[in-house]
Every structure is written in C-alpha cells, then in structure tokens.
Design a protein around this ligand. Sequence first.
Ligand SMILES: CC(C)(COP(=O)(O)OP(=O)(O)OC[C@H]1O[C@@H](n2cnc3c(N)ncnc32)[C@H](O)[C@@H]1OP(=O)(O)O)[C@@H](O)C(=O)NCCC(=O)NCCS
Length: 177
Amino acid sequence: MTIRIRDAVEADVEGIARTHVQGWRESYKDFLSPEALAGLSVEERVQMWQRALAEPEPRARLLVAEADDGEIVGFIRGGPIRGKGPELLGTGAEIYAVYLLDKVKRQGIGRSLMRGVFDHLAAHGLRSVGLWVLKDNLVARRFYEALGGTAGAEQSFDLRGQMVTEVAYRFELSPQG
Ligand SMILES: CC(C)(COP(=O)(O)OP(=O)(O)OC[C@H]1O[C@@H](n2cnc3c(N)ncnc32)[C@H](O)[C@@H]1OP(=O)(O)O)[C@@H](O)C(=O)NCCC(=O)NCCS
C-alpha cells in the first residue's frame, strides 16, 4: 500500500472522522473502558472536523495520510496553543490530534505527519510545540520520545466517565530560514 500525505480538504471530513473513531477503538482498547469507546460517534466527529476545517487559522495545519485506493488511514492537526491546561505545556503551539489505523502503523507515517506540522509551525515563527498523551499510552509515548519530545506536567480528568491521567510532551522547533 502506498501512502500519500497531503493537506486535508472539505471532502476528507468523513474519512478523518471515521479514522478518529476507529483509531480510538483500535489503539485505546487496553486502557479505556468499553463504555467510553462504545460512546464514540462518527457523526459527532464529522461536525467537529467540519468546524476545524472552517477555522480561518493559517498557523494551524490538518494533514491526511491517504492510501492509493483513496481511503484516509491517518491524520494530524496542530496549531497555536488552545484547549485545556495550555499553561502546563508552556509552548506556543500544540498537536491537537494524531491518529493512524492499526494497518498502517510503524511504517514512518506518524513521523512524516509530525514533521509536516512541525515544519509548518516553524515557518510561522513558532519555536516549541506540546501535546497531551494518556499516561498509559506507551506506544505513543515511545513515539514522541523517538521524535525528541520530553515529558513534563501531568493532569487528570474525567474522560467519558473514566478518570484518566495525561502527560505533557514538549518539542523544540528549529527556526526556518
Ligand atoms: C503514535 C502513532 C501516531 C505513531 O505512528 P507510526 O507511524 O506508527 O510511528 P512511526 O513508524 O513513524 O515510528 C517512529 C518511531 O517511533 C517509535 N515507535 C513507534 N511505534 C512504536 C511502538 N509500537 N513501540 C515502540 N516504539 C515505537 C520508534 O522509535 C519508531 O522508529 P522505528 O520504527 O525506526 O523504530 C501511532 O501509533 C498511532 O496512531 N497510535 C494511535 C493513536 C495515538 O495514540 N495517538 C496519540 C494521541 S496523543
């Protein structure tokens, strides 16, 4: 399977939403409750991603990984800091979400998606980027560490009826000439 990484367009919203829900179900089944995973809705995610794409924020970037048959098998979105506990990240920018389906993991696609967003943020003058990851998500934590991320603050909250702890990761961005 050949995978192409490109900027998302409006027509990708359904594929991104499906990958988001399937990605949670495949990747979080060992540490989130079946109830939390069963409650996920593609329709809800479609609306969320439609709003994200409509946002006039040039510093944000939404990339998709597309298989040669047109299936969306992964995506990433990052941009200026927002959302919960931003002061704990201490960075100007944030990765809001990065997800791949199981069938395309460990082929360097995650690394390319992160690079695509890091380069975009650096080109807009941002010097550091952070993100929150579930503490139990060891695969993602190894991935962020392989990309040079350093772990920092922690926060706990109620995620769909289950108390979870997240860890912040921070990455320094190289200035672009
Ligand atoms: C985290 C994720 C994006 C990684 O993407 P990926 O394309 O599989 O990762 P890559 O192939 O680019 O891996 C880059 C490096 O990260 C590390 N890494 C990736 N997966 C790993 C694993 N399962 N175990 C240990 N290290 C791993 C390795 O150092 C790897 O380099 P190598 O393959 O040369 O050894 C992917 O696993 C995923 O979508 N997970 C589910 C969603 C998720 O948890 N998102 C994070 C939410 S905060």
